[in-house]
Design a protein around this ligand. Sequence first.
Ligand SMILES: *[C@@H]1O[C@H](CO)[C@@H](O)[C@H](O)[C@H]1NC(C)=O
Ligand SMILES: *[C@@H]1O[C@H](CO)[C@@H](O)[C@H](O)[C@H]1NC(C)=O
Ligand SMILES: *[C@@H]1O[C@H](CO)[C@@H](O)[C@H](O)[C@H]1NC(C)=O
Ligand SMILES: *[C@@H]1O[C@H](CO)[C@@H](O)[C@H](O)[C@H]1NC(C)=O
Ligand SMILES: *[C@@H]1O[C@H](CO)[C@@H](O)[C@H](O)[C@H]1NC(C)=O
Ligand SMILES: *[C@@H]1O[C@H](CO)[C@@H](O)[C@H](O)[C@H]1NC(C)=O
Length: 399
Amino acid sequence: MVSCGAFQSFFFEYDTPRIVLIRSRKVGLVNRAVQLAILAYVIGWVFLWEKGYQETDSVVSSVTTKVKGVALTNTSTLGARIWDVADYVIPPQEKNTVFVMTNAILTVNQSQGHCPELPDEKTECPKSSCISGYVSSHSSGIQTGKCVPYNDSINTCEVFAWCPVEDDYHIPRPALLQEAENFTLLVKNNIWYPKFNFSKRNILPTISATYLKNCTYDSHTDPFCPIFRLGKIVEAAGQNFQEMAVEGGVMALQINWDCNLDRAANHCVPKYSFRRLDSKDSGHTVSPGYNFRFAKYYKDSHGKELRTLIKAYGIRFDVIVFGKAGKFDVIPTMINIGSGLALFGVATVLCDIVVLYCMKKKYYYREKKYKYVEDYELVSISESRVKAKLLPSLTVAIF
Ligand SMILES: *[C@@H]1O[C@H](CO)[C@@H](O)[C@H](O)[C@H]1NC(C)=O
Ligand SMILES: *[C@@H]1O[C@H](CO)[C@@H](O)[C@H](O)[C@H]1NC(C)=O
Ligand SMILES: *[C@@H]1O[C@H](CO)[C@@H](O)[C@H](O)[C@H]1NC(C)=O
Ligand SMILES: *[C@@H]1O[C@H](CO)[C@@H](O)[C@H](O)[C@H]1NC(C)=O
Ligand SMILES: *[C@@H]1O[C@H](CO)[C@@H](O)[C@H](O)[C@H]1NC(C)=O
Ligand SMILES: *[C@@H]1O[C@H](CO)[C@@H](O)[C@H](O)[C@H]1NC(C)=O
């Protein structure tokens, strides 16, 4: 008989949750306000602003650069000298970046030999003693142990090194290649969005060859000209070119290709922006700017090996390409609609908190919302029904 009751309750009953309808202006308004906020978030932010209906892809790109310009210098050591691209772009080509030398310390006709070290606390003698074989990370060479005159007033330790040693205590100021301000940088950038098979380049189809010959980039008048005056790049980043040219630095030329591919392809255009990447506050950095050394080797008429050592200061221009393209797609649309609908559950949770914990009549509402059931032993409930609820499959099996 017991099992028969369980069988009946398992197959011939249906249970459904009961919904409590609260007739309260306060709760009703809170509920609708929360729902409205969620609706505004889903439609306004997720769909319209963040374009939640689009599939997105990030950019794949290639960059090539070309610098143009010549500079004339006239110094006491070198005489008059012309600097062209092959002199000041080091190395001739690099990936996504170009280094333009703006200042230099040249030490010509260095050869292997013995000569006095640069004077500092450690090398001035006889204040400090010269030790044969001594070398430190700041040394130009290896000490021989002798003390020799550096100039008329100072003696320094003799070193075996490339002689004469480079004197870089005084950086040329103003910079050697001031005219670098007027050099131009042509940036050719091809991009590709693989997911949409969409490709484009920064020399737009609307740009004619004659325009390209003599345009220079200007954010207001020529925003799509891919030729940049170096001075303009630095100024656009809020820096002073001549100041930066003395000790060097690193600049970023950013190309942003954010595109909405639901619109026509000619709306997808590059946006250029510029910023300085290295720390600009030269007063607060111990080693400001950007420099490195390289040498050119040659032989004199007697076959002796000589070199010209160049400590190059300059500005490195890093071309940074980034961007995201979006295009309508069913799957992200469905996912965002689904998660938007799920968010409406938040309104219920919030309103429940208000009704059951914050309102004056909260005990009354609790009474109405929950059906209270006392412990099994206190109330006599038909045993069979409880068992049937707990172990329906088991009882069916017994039967
Ligand atoms: C370089 O400077 C010297 C002296 O200052 C001058 O005589 C010479 O004409 C200059 N050369 C050029 C090409 O300007
Ligand atoms: C470098 O060496 C060459 C040839 O030996 C000579 O003509 C020139 O004057 C030297 N330059 C300096 C700065 O010593
Ligand atoms: C010798 O060199 C030191 C350090 O560069 C400098 O301070 C000093 O004036 C020089 N003396 C002469 C006579 O050139
Ligand atoms: C750059 O060019 C402008 C105009 O052609 C000129 O006025 C300026 O002096 C040049 N700058 C330098 C550092 O030569
Ligand atoms: C990608 O686009 C190019 C032309 O823009 C076309 O020739 C090529 O077939 C396309 N590739 C695919 C996989 O659709
Ligand atoms: C191009 O050059 C011509 C003549 O040399 C000049 O009139 C024109 O203003 C230049 N255009 C630009 C954009 O600089």
